[in-house]
Design a binder for this molecule. Structure first.
Ligand SMILES: Nc1ncnc2c1ncn2[C@@H]1O[C@H](COP(=O)(O)OP(=O)(O)OP(=O)(O)O)[C@@H](O)[C@H]1O
Length: 437
């Protein structure tokens, strides 16, 4: 859990997202409130419900990005799901509790990473010892072992082949199947080879010949998993979901028009009713045990072009008390998205070309031109927000991207004239833009 103040959270988000101050502010408060709740003691701590957020704004203006970055900042388990998924044909009555089960899986992955990191030093030593055993045998003298260890660390033995017994699959990696008709109950696929292997001699995996350089990574993973207590890991993952989980419910506006049932669709109001207990706080059965959703933070989002938040069920409206409106992005925002965020689109493009030895430079007027074309196409074809920048930029650098491998050592300046030459005709033609930009 992060101890950042709301102001610090906003400035962290500012590194990646342009504008949208109100939304950043709202999520910063929500995150800080979780920290505040953790500081409480006694029964009051359980009483404090998260203040869920409803983000209202056009597509591609940063709603998901804000939630995703917030989760990363807090190292919180995060899941994005489209509310319309539950109205699809074939998903009749689809179990919305799956959201929580998926979130638990995300949390297990995150927790495993943290735990693996914590035992890294021990696991590295164990992995090294197993390679040494394979190289010199367990009975070699200490002097021989030390000399091989030195060589191993200096990568002198990378190309040597060793015979190692690697586990065929970590327990956590087994595919799981839901049992139809029994939500929450699932079983792992049983590897018959494993069962027979164990029955016949208790072996895990069969000896394989492998290069030393390739052996290290799987051994490290295997040794880390041995050191991590799976039960504790799952308990911690569930605790993370219950206290820090964030669910981003996209397209909530699409389940709120009360036009009743259309063929094959689960009624939208029905989906809202299904979601309600989850947001209000309930206990969901998962294969890892019960998970309470009382303190999971829900961030719902939608464009609300047709319907209005007041079309949602009153109970749901009450559960999404914080409303923030995101602004449509302007030419100036686009300019900044291209250049000023960390890992901005232009930085990524320049870095990618640099791997081929091609130095790409964008003049200021090229940035202006890119931003303008994106805004124009958004208004003439369809407003897809900042996503348009990617399609326009790809088109502009298409030729360079294709030939870069043969142009190592060159510097390629891109100015407004270059941008216009590549996309102006397309941008002016709405029919062509629809397909290409
Ligand atoms: N304000 C912004 N600053 C920086 N990047 C942005 C901004 N808005 C959008 N983007 C970029 O545009 C892409 C789409 O944005 P995002 O996924 O947040 O859309 P959204 O508002 O959630 O829309 P939708 O509801 O359709 O998913 C992302 O790659 C994101 O990085």
């Amino acid at each position: 859990m992060t101890t950042f103040s709301p102001r610090e959270i906003v400035s962290e988000l500012d590194r990646f997202i342009v504008g949208q101050h109100d939304a950043k502010r709202a999520v910063a408060i929500a995150l800080r409130n979780r920290w505040r709740r953790q500081q409480l003691t006694g029964p009051l701590r359980e009483e404090v419900a998260p203040k869920n957020i409803l983000m209202i704004g056009p597509t591609g203006c940063g709603k998901t990005e804000i939630a995703r970055r917030l989760a990363r900042l807090a190292n919180a388990p995060f899941l994005k799901i489209e509310a319309t998924k539950f109205t699809e044909v074939g998903y009749v009555g689809r179990d919305v509790e799956q959201i929580v089960r998926d979130l638990v899986e995300v949390a297990i992955g995150l927790t495993r990473q943290v735990k693996r990191e914590a035992v890294k030093a021990k696991a590295e030593a164990a992995a090294e010892n197993r390679i040494l055993d394979a190289l010199v045998g367990p009975t070699a003298s200490q002097a021989t072992r030390d000399s091989f260890r030195r060589k191993l660390r200096d990568s002198e033995l990378d190309d040597k082949e060793v015979e190692l017994e690697l586990a065929s699959g970590a327990p956590a990696g087994l595919p799981m199947f839901e049992i139809p008709g029994m939500p929450g109950a699932s079983m792992g696929a049983i590897n018959i080879g494993d069962v027979l292997g164990k029955a016949l001699g208790g072996q895990r995996g069969k000896p394989r010949r492998i290069l030393v350089r390739d052996a290290y990574a799987p051994l490290l993973a295997e040794e880390s998993d041995k050191l991590v207590d799976d039960d504790a890991l799952i308990r911690e993952a569930i605790r993370e979901v219950e206290n820090n989980g964030i669910v981003f419910l996209d397209e909530i506006d699409k389940i709120c028009t009360r036009e009743g049932r259309s063929t094959g669709d689960v009624s939208r109001e029905g989906v809202q009713r299904d979601l309600l207990p989850l947001i209000e706080g309930t206990t969901v059965a998962t294969k890892h045990g019960p998970v309470k959703t009382d303190h999971v933070l829900f961030i719902a989002s939608g464009a609300f072009h047709v319907s209005k938040p007041s079309d949602l069920l009153p109970e749901l409206q009450g559960r999404l008390p914080i409303r923030v409106e995101l602004q449509p992005l302007t030419v100036d925002d686009f300019r900044q998205i291209l250049t000023s965020t960390e890992a901005s689109l232009l930085k990524q493009t320049v870095a990618l070309m640099q791997t081929e030895g091609v130095t790409l430079t964008f003049t200021d007027d090229a940035v202006d031109a890119l931003a303008k074309v994106a805004v124009e196409v958004n208004s003439s074809v369809e407003n897809i927000g900042a996503r348009r920048l990617q399609t326009v930029l790809e088109r502009v650098i298409d030729e360079i991207s294709f030939t870069a491998t043969d142009r190592s050592g060159e510097t390629v300046p891109i100015d407004a004239a270059y941008v216009r030459a590549r996309v102006e005709d397309l941008a002016a033609n709405a029919d062509l833009s629809r397909f290409i930009l």
